[in-house]
Design a protein around this ligand. Structure first.
Ligand code: SAH
Ligand code: SF4
Length: 360
């Protein structure tokens, strides 16, 4: 049985073929503007409401939700049909609310330092399962008087290895949930054909590339996909993306103690980033069981950022503070970036809770 957010409009019309013609628009609006389950659409006749609720079950089942930062960070753990699990993180910042979504259960890319990579690949998420994560976040945002404004594909999985479903989800997020293309960010480890395809799409979304190393010797070690698409090929695709879409690129750089955080690393990175006008996000590495190396100490992270700046590259530092929220969730929250905003009537951030500060 398809879930409510799996259906396109034609399929919904088919399901409502015995109803007056306006019903399809009404239900569609209920799903995407009302952010409601069919069972909550009180403007429908009760019998139809019950029928749709049964015909269009939720695609995601909530296993848990955990809060941090006095309610401004929220992490969901979902179970999918078939039993796989994924996470979604919602973060309210002063000026925006961002959701970090998963595109796959697990990931096949095998980056050594990444908890998702260490767990291996379970399955692709469908377009509806991706959209439904955003709908859950939009609904929760509305409940606390905020508007969901940004979506980042920085949760579990490699979005460009699940291209068609991610692309269908992006179209839906833009067309039906009304999110602007520049506020949709796809993060990739460097799937070059995917970057080229994305450049050719009508929707110019923002692209983030997880670089982490600026020479092939080190990147081959950290990111196995680099052996297939080395840095020169990756940068060429990045250049094309920028030319075609006119969007600013960003490079993600997990700062790993003693591995990619020297002055020479900063210089190499600056030489690649400056000609592309790319922004760099520095994320001190979160240690994971399969890669128990520490993140770089704050002084080194600050020095690295300053060195990039003197070479004409803007960089933002994103801090996590591990704590009561579970580690994987803290990691996803770090990727979403920014400073948590206190919500009206909420407690202020507790110490020891995963927390971020941009530009610190
Ligand atoms: N697969 C995509 C998107 C999901 S990962 C990608 O790799 O870009 C999102 C970001 O989290 C990537 O930049 C990734 O390198 C980073 N990341 C993964 N594990 C991390 C860790 N242990 N500490 C800090 N950042 C990590
Ligand atoms: Fe997959 Fe991204 Fe993790 Fe690499 S960093 S294993 S591509 S989720």
């Amino acid at each position: 049985m398809p879930s409510a957010y799996e259906l396109d409009r034609d399929a919904l019309a088919l399901l409502l073929a015995d109803q007056p013609p306006y019903r399809c628009s009404q239900v569609w609006r209920g799903l995407y503007q009302g952010l409601r389950r069919p069972g909550e659409m009180t403007d429908l006749p009760p019998a139809l409401r019950d029928r749709l609720e049964a015909a269009l079950p939720p695609g995601l089942t909530e296993l848990s939700r955990s809060e941090a930062d006095g309610g401004s960070t929220l992490c969901w753990l979902w179970s999918l049909p078939g039993g796989a699990r994924v996470e979604t993180v919602l973060m309210h910042h002063r000026d925006r609310s961002t959701v970090c979504v998963s595109s796959q259960a697990g990931c096949a890319m095998g980056c050594s330092f990444c908890a998702t990579g260490q767990a291996g690949f379970a399955r692709h998420l469908s377009a509806g399962e991706i959209v439904e994560q955003v709908v859950a976040a939009a609904r929760e945002s509305r409940r606390v008087g905020r508007r969901l404004s940004n979506v980042v594909f920085m949760g579990m999985g490699e979005p460009l290895a699940n291209y068609d479903r991610v692309s269908a989800a992006l179209a839906r997020l833009h067309g039906e949930l009304g999110l602007s293309a520049r506020h949709l960010t796809v993060s990739t480890v460097g799937v070059v054909p995917g970057i080229r395809r994305l450049a050719a799409e009508a929707l110019p979304v923002t692209l983030a590339v997880s670089l982490h190393a600026a020479n092939d010797r080190l990147r081959d070690r950290l990111v196995p996909l680099n052996r297939r698409y080395p840095i020169a090929a990756l940068l060429e695709a990045c250049g094309e993306y920028r030319r075609v879409t006119r969007r600013r690129l960003s490079f993600e750089w997990a700062m790993i103690d003693g591995v990619n955080d020297t002055n020479a690393d900063a210089d190499e990175l600056a030489a690649l980033a400056a000609p592309l006008g790319a922004h760099v996000n520095l994320i001190p590495l979160n240690p994971t069981p399969g890669y128990p190396v520490r993140g770089s100490p704050p002084a080194r992270v600050g020095g690295f950022r300053d060195r990039l700046a003197t070479r004409g590259v803007n960089a933002t530092v994103r801090h996590t503070r591990g704590g009561s929220i579970n580690a994987a969730c803290g990691q996803l929250a770090a990727r979403a970036g920014g400073t948590p905003a206190p919500l009206p009537g909420r407690r202020t951030a507790r110490p020891g809770v995963a927390r971020l500060a941009a530009g610190a």
